[in-house]
Ligand binder design. Structure first.
Ligand SMILES: [Mg+2]
Length: 164
């Protein structure tokens, strides 16, 4: 279990505070980005301004792709359109199929691709199972700010510890 639970970069930051030059230094060319909790609060349709600006800057440097487990095509396509990004909804992470298809579509080496997400048991595990890099970010609240205490992540980290 150790390898699938490993986080390459546990940033402890919201996505919009991730430095693009640090991503470049890690030789990352493409980013697969989770939606709920990572780009927007899962109960909100509003994309925070900081997130929008981060995406606009990142688009100049990386190829981006949204990959969400949310079954609502309506929700995910609306967010993807607003950011003008390709997307998959209902992606069933940590199952590999959809993520592998996206990696194929991007057409870059897995070592140059990273997944960014707020959950270990979906985003991080699927990233490791597909041999791409994994970046854990802080979940966003309704105001677009990182939540201070993430009980789910605490539990996931605790379980990860015992599975090692
Ligand atoms: Mg998420």
């Amino acid at each position: 279990m150790r390898s699938t639970l490993k986080v390459n970069w546990d940033s402890n930051l919201p996505i919009y505070a991730i430095s693009q030059s640090d991503l470049k230094k890690k030789d990352i060319h493409s980013l697969l980005i989770d939606v709920d909790g990572t780009l927007v609060n899962r109960k909100s349709n509003m994309i925070p301004k900081d997130v929008k600006n981060w995406i606009i800057e990142s688009k100049k440097l990386f190829s981006l792709y949204l990959i969400s487990n949310n079954p609502s095509k309506k929700r995910i396509s609306k967010i993807a359109k607003e950011l003008n990004l390709r997307y998959k909804y209902n992606a069933s992470k940590p199952r590999k199929k959809v993520t592998l298809n996206v990696i194929k579509e991007i057409g870059k080496e897995p070592k140059n691709i990273a997944i960014i997400g707020d959950r270990i048991f979906t985003d991080i595990i699927v990233g490791n199972r597909c041999n791409i890099k994994t970046i854990l970010v802080k979940r966003l609240n309704k105001d677009g700010l990182p939540i201070k205490f993430n009980l789910i992540l605490k539990i996931e980290k605790l379980i990860s510890y015992f599975l090692k």
